[in-house]
Design a protein around this ligand. Sequence first.
Ligand code: PEP
Ligand code: MG
Length: 568
Amino acid sequence: MLKGIAASQGIAIAKVYKLEQPVLNIQKEDADPDKELAALDAAFKKTVADIEKIKEVASKSLKAEELAIFDAHLTMANDPEFRNMIEEEIRNNKENAAFAAKTVSDQMVGMFEAMEDEYMRGRAADIRDVSFRLMCNLTGLEIPNLATLDKEVIVVAKDLTPSDTGSLNKEYAKGFATEVGGRTSHSAIMARSLEIPAVVGVKGIMDTVKTGDLVILDAINGEVITSPTDAQVEEYKAKAEAFRKEKEALKALKDQPSVSTDGHKVLLVGNIGSPADVEGVLNNGGEGVGLFRTEFLYMKSEDDFPDEDTQFAAYKQVLEGMNGRPVVIRTLDIGGDKKLKYYTFPEEMNPFLGVRAIRFCLQRKDIFRTQLRALLRASVYGHLCIMFPMIATVAEFKEAKGIYDEERAKLIAEGVKVGEDVEVGCMIEIPAAAVLADQLSKYADFFSIGTNDLIQYSMAADRMSQAVSYLYQPLNPSILREVKMTIDGAHKHGRWCGMCGEMAGDELAAPVLLGLGLDEFSMSATSILKARKIINGLNYEEMKKLADQALEMDTMDEVKALVEKTLK
Ligand code: PEP
Ligand code: MG
């Protein structure tokens, strides 16, 4: 059995289809530039046609949002600068087009991979993908095409490129396992979106299996069982059936309220990154949006901060889509690891402790004001809650709220309609804010706890570092005490308290959070129904006692054991 990371839940049993890219062996050769330029032209045309064809197949199973990757590839394949650079190499060195393409591609990939910015580093994969296709077309090599699968298989690959996942035919690709990748890699995100079971980061799988081998993909526990016995196959068939039934049964909860057995109601809502994600929240029974990470709007923009009208259109679309349900939109959380193509952040030793989120907005009030105006204008289209990220002090919150009040007054004076019931809240993701929550709640209409950062800052453990990832301990009593302080602080002044970090969707945390009095749980859309099933089976009064016990424990493991016993 091989271990990996369960990237998209489910179980599949089928024969392996090993996706091995052709091996390119391109050497420099002397050649006639005219001939090579003509070959390059033909190869570019075929590359564009290939990507368009894959996009067409993919458009049957993927959302417009996910198809954007193919547009990025098409832009690359049509980029005159990329092409000119290769043509130049051919003319200057009188060499074969394939070698010229390789030289330019290697240079560009190296340049993008060396960039600090995670988004820009990600572009290296796009360049590699397009260049590989171009070089195969130049050398006459066939690239295996998953779109032509005609029997049920589990796809095994080193990694799957976006074009691979896009051309997966769900009818035959029952799941996939990759040698590399993590929970947030491209292929993992695509798998969740396609709802295909996937295990990523399975070290050694490429050397262990070959096409035609029977395997069991347990994408619940993150395991690949190679050479299974008949008994194992039967056991997993039963497990797969149970999983399918559970998923089906969960659908019945889609339009149900989220309420404990003794009548305590909470809200289960979704985290989104773009207006296109609203559909997923509604399909999974989300009662609202608890976090719209607006930075994606800024990161997607090519050459400048998105203007007021562009932002207005996006916010309006989300509010209208949610049809009166509450929508929490977070103001710009940029800096740290989130960079922009069109703006250079000053160098800092510790960007995560530097000018990010509200700190940046309070320095660049012009950018902040534009966003607030767009939000206020959109506020008439639904139930808008605005929240400020990374608030550390009461003074910061009051300053941000003051700017909001000014923009609101200006719009009204200009005769622009704004919503009457907009709520303005505060993210609690810095320990100082959690400790002072009972003071902050005098001014903020609500809180939302960002546990991803709250835990990082409380444990002093970089959330991007694998080496200290053991300190990500949502159930450690120290974190639970901060959560309690925040919830109690909100309630002291009659405010509601939500949570939008990963902890909100953690099945083991749910009973404790319910007992601590959390009012709103915001998580990825596909976790909502399972969370509802758990909450609707719990007794609030009993969970209060459970939470009290957990707060007095020494370690995360003790809390885990307590919750596991309770859930049984
Ligand atoms: C958090 O910090 O928990 C959070 C929800 O924000 P992000 O993950 O975007 O920093
Ligand atoms: Mg955060």
